[in-house]
Design a protein around this ligand. Structure first.
Ligand code: ZN
Length: 439
């Protein structure tokens, strides 16, 4: 039973019983109903780079993918979300364009560290920082001293610090190794972003968080888009020693693997890179053991010309994978093949990310008092992903031609049908998810 967008009651359904007569009844047959997914890592490039993709296209694709809540990254819009004015610009862009609910991460850069309180007070759900260049000039990386300061600031708010964790090797000017040009070679691209960079960044972050903890400053540290399976033991150790550390990975690291990636096809380029099949299996083990907490898309679209599709130039192509709509079938296909049940996938794609971003009392579960966000899912449907199915702006995907299992048939946002069998329904009813609204 749903009322005013909230789940009021869950009870057995009897076709002939009188007690159901007072409600509109939707009968989904034997299809499974799962909670709407929560994707806490989505790059919506509006305002400023709406031609890359804006709220309209991204949130429609989200609805089609069974995602009812997403959290926007503070780049690659222009301005980047590193101050209150930029957040307000985001909110104006979202208004009337959101087909699903949306929260916002703020950005921490060297230039705004003293002003982060304003951004946090304005309702961002936490802060994102980079330990390596982000690819966007206005969003430079931070160093260890900055990170320590940001962690201290966030401790007061009990909000997470999300980090793109790759750290370049440090060399003296006399000791720079020779590097081969990458060109179209995927193996050279892969070698140019080694696992070691991820491991080193994560080591540094854990050391900083631990030292804050020792000083009694609570630090909630989150590693975004983990690709290096070598870092799993570091994260496990951090968790075991009582550190509040979490990690996410993405469908591209769980589905794709480097041995099958052809040279000169930049559609597969992302950072950190997609690694080999053995690494992929270790990531699945990391999920199974709870070392990796959840799965998010890291949907990062761009216009086709930036992906260097004609030249195949992996060095200069934009790094980012478009996948918002297909995370559930891709993850379910791979999970099922490894013997996991659908309930595990729901835990990884709905329950855990909802809790992580502070929405754990409102999203991620089918239970009384939770938002009536749910998906009618055919767990058995098999099909091939085709370009014509894509609802996001630029129809690029490394998954076109992939056979998957699991079809989102309908998506409901707070009790309203927003997607049904290939069609977006109604009007944009998405609401903003600001920190002060659900604490
Ligand atoms: Zn990202």
């Amino acid at each position: 039973m749903v009322g005013s967008g909230i789940i009021r009651e869950i009870r057995s359904y009897h076709l002939d019983s009188d007690e159901s007569q007072d409600a509109v009844v939707h009968d989904f047959g034997y299809k499974i109903i799962i909670p709407g997914l929560v994707d806490t890592h989505v790059h919506i490039n509006e305002p400023g780079r709406t031609h890359w993709e804006g709220f309209h296209y991204a949130t429609r694709a989200a609805a089609a993918g069974g995602i009812t809540s997403l959290v926007d990254m503070p780049l690659n819009s222009s301005p980047v979300t590193t101050n209150v004015a930029a957040l307000e610009a985001k909110l104006r862009s979202f208004k009337g364009n959101g087909w699903v609910d949306c929260g916002f991460w703020g950005g921490a850069i060297p230039q705004n560290i003293d002003d982060l309180d304003d951004l946090l007070d304005a309702g961002v759900l936490g802060l994102k920082a980079f330990t390596i260049e982000s690819g966007i000039d206005e969003f430079p990386e931070v160093n260890a001293a900055h990170l320590k300061q940001v962690m201290r600031k966030l401790g007061k708010y009990k909000l997470p610090l999300l980090v793109h964790a790759e750290l370049r090797d440090s060399y003296t000017e006399h000791n720079v190794p020779e590097t081969k040009p990458i060109g179209k070679s995927y193996s050279r691209f892969l070698a140019s972003r080694p696992k070691r960079w991820e491991n080193n960044a994560i080591k540094l972050l854990i050391a900083l968080a631990s030292s804050n903890n020792d000083e009694g400053i609570f630090t909630k540290l989150h590693i975004v888009h983990l690709s290096s399976s070598d870092a799993l033991s570091l994260i496990r150790e951090g968790k075991d020693t009582g550190l509040c550390i979490s990690a996410e990975t993405c469908p591209h690291y769980l589905h794709l693997f480097s041995e099958a990636i052809p040279d000169g096809n930049c559609i597969f380029k992302c950072c950190p890179p997609i690694r080999d099949s053995e690494n992929r299996e270790h990531l699945w083990n990391g999920l199974a053991e709870g070392t990796i907490d959840f799965i998010v898309s890291d949907h990062s679209p761009s216009p086709p010309e930036l992906k260097q599709l004609e030249s195949g130039d992996l060095e200069n192509a934009w790094g980012g994978i478009s996948s918002l709509q297909f995370g559930l079938p891709l993850s379910w296909t791979e999970a099922k093949n490894r013997g996991f049940g659908l309930s595990k996938v729901v835990e990884w794609m709905s329950i855990n990310p909802a809790k992580f971003c502070g929405l754990g009392k409102r999203k991620g579960r089918l239970a009384p008092s939770f938002d009536a966000d749910f998906v009618v899912f055919d767990e058995h449907a098999e099909y091939v992903i085709e370009e014509q199915n894509i609802l996001y702006r630029h129809k690029l995907s490394p998954y076109i031609g992939s056979r998957v299992t699991g079809m989102v048939e309908k998506t409901f946002l707070r009790g309203n049908l927003v997607y049904s069998n290939g069609e977006i329904i109604g009007s944009p009813r998405g609401q903003t998810l600001m920190n002060q609204n659900f604490s």
